[in-house]
Design a protein around this ligand. Structure first.
Ligand code: ZN
Length: 449
């Protein structure tokens, strides 16, 4: 594992060295800050952006999660752009079968260490175009590959909100260098409310930035790039706890929620390894489980905050895990990052070796959606559907399944009170190869999560 981390870090550095000069630090746009209650209704300071999210008149709301799209691989040859073309086909293939009310882009939208400074954020347009053509809006979290020497989360956010103001819902509600960028929430209102100021949301969507990668345009004195910590920062946890408790007080009740973050927490690893190799049961938690052990937040960092070679995991995601575990009404935390994992696990106990106990929140992976990034597991996108009725049950519930690029549905489960004890068909471990692709090139960039 440690060797893999070191390989990852050195691979990133090597890739970046192939990019051209012109590496002056860009001026970062200021994040949008929540400074008044209007932020809940308006979508930015100028009142631009799509109208608030709402349930359909039949009481349902569906999300399509595309993760690890990894646009912009090998920008200097033909192999990379070919992967981007294939990834656009995945987006369209999934959306030919699904009609989501929101798309979530759950991190690693772009392989930043492969892109050139001059156009590193313009890859967003390739992702945005097929979504906008269908009239869809999206909300992003940024992944470790979105934070790099030639690209920054702030830069991607600026591209999203200036080029696609009617479609991008991505925001930044926590200021500070340590917070990362894509930390925000989106309320979803009942169909008849349409975002009226006095409506109580039926559902809240939380988005977190697990950071990682490198700080844009920064080098240490020895010339090496500056690594960015790869966990949800404490300032973001504080904001989440404060904002969610304010929300409870304001509405006089717990609003059910879903959460999205690119890198999974250590709880996912603890559950995956609790009883050895087959702790994730193919019928209890159907999905692909090939990234074993999986890579989690705070991987490769020491407890003192240094990212030396000697530490496999520093435990800095404990405050975030605690907050996730203790948030009432939170149905699931959805992650990407580990392209070879696609299961959901209901975290309902203290797993040996951990200090934080789960109380029933589901920890879910999506499906590797892009042709960039390591692995040839069949591409696809996890779907999540809730209804006003399912949210009002004693334990709020969600339906979820994966739509593959082949059009099939796999891993369909109900995230309800008995998930984990229920029996489901296992998920086939299908692969999809691209006949026009050069897999020698692919092998050289493999295992970069
Ligand atoms: Zn990835």
């Amino acid at each position: 594992m440690l060797a893999a981390v070191l390989l990852l870090l050195s691979a990133c550095a090597d890739m970046s060295s192939q990019a051209p000069a012109g590496l002056n630090r860009r001026r970062m746009p200021k994040p949008y800050l929540r400074d008044d209650d209007d932020a809940v209704v308006k979508t930015d300071r100028n009142g631009n952006g799509p109208p608030p999210l709402s349930f359909n008149s039949d009481g349902t709301f569906q999300i399509s999660i595309f993760e690890d799209l990894h646009f912009g691989e090998n920008a200097w040859d033909q192999w990379g752009p070919q992967q981007d073309i294939n990834s656009v086909k995945v987006i369209n293939a999934v959306l030919d079968h699904e009609t989501p009310d929101l798309v979530v882009l759950n991190g690693d939208l772009i392989t930043g260490e492969n892109t050139f400074l001059e156009n590193s954020t313009s890859y967003i347009d390739q992702i945005a175009a097929p979504l906008a053509a269908r009239g869809l809006t999206w909300a992003s979290t940024y992944g470790n590959h979105d934070h790099n020497f030639n690209i920054s989360g702030a830069g991607i956010l600026a591209r999203e909100t200036t080029q696609w103001p009617a479609n991008s819902r991505t925001r930044s509600m926590v200021a500070g260098r340590d917070a990362g960028v894509s930390n925000y929430y989106l309320p979803v209102y009942a169909a008849h409310c349409r975002g009226r100021r006095n409506c109580t949301p039926e559902l809240v969507l939380w988005f977190f930035d697990s950071r990682g990668g490198f700080y844009a345009g920064e080098r240490r004195e020895d010339g090496k790039q500056v690594g960015q910590p790869d966990w949800v920062d404490g300032s973001v946890v504080d904001w989440f706890l404060t904002t969610s408790s304010e929300m409870r007080r304001e509405h006089g009740k717990t609003v059910p929620s879903l959460a999205f973050v690119h890198i999974p927490t250590n709880a996912s690893l603890a559950l995956q390894t609790e009883r050895g190799r087959h702790s994730v049961d193919e019928h209890g938690q159907p999905g692909i489980d090939d990234d074993f052990p999986l890579a989690q937040q705070a991987q490769g960092w020491c407890a003192d905050g240094s990212n030396g070679r000697e530490c496999a995991y520093g435990g800095q995601d404990v405050p975030f895990m605690q907050a996730i575990a203790d948030t009432p009404g939170l149905i699931g935390l959805f992650s990407g990052h580990d392209h070879g994992n696609t299961w959901c696990y209901r975290w309902d106990r203290l797993v040996p070796g951990m200090t934080v106990a789960g109380h029933g929140v589901n920890l879910c992976f999506g499906q590797h959606s892009g042709y960039g990034g390591y692995g040839n597991w069949i591409r696809g996108a996890r779907q999540v559907r809730v209804s006003v009725d399912s949210l009002r049950s004693h334990v709020p519930e969600a339906e979820t399944w994966i739509r593959t690029e082949a059009g099939s549905v796999v891993g369909a489960v109900s995230l309800n009170a008995t998930y984990g004890a229920d029996y489901y068909p296992s998920t086939p471990n299908d692969k999809t190869y691209c006949p026009t692709c050069n897999y020698t090139a692919a092998a050289s960039v493999s295992r970069r999560r």
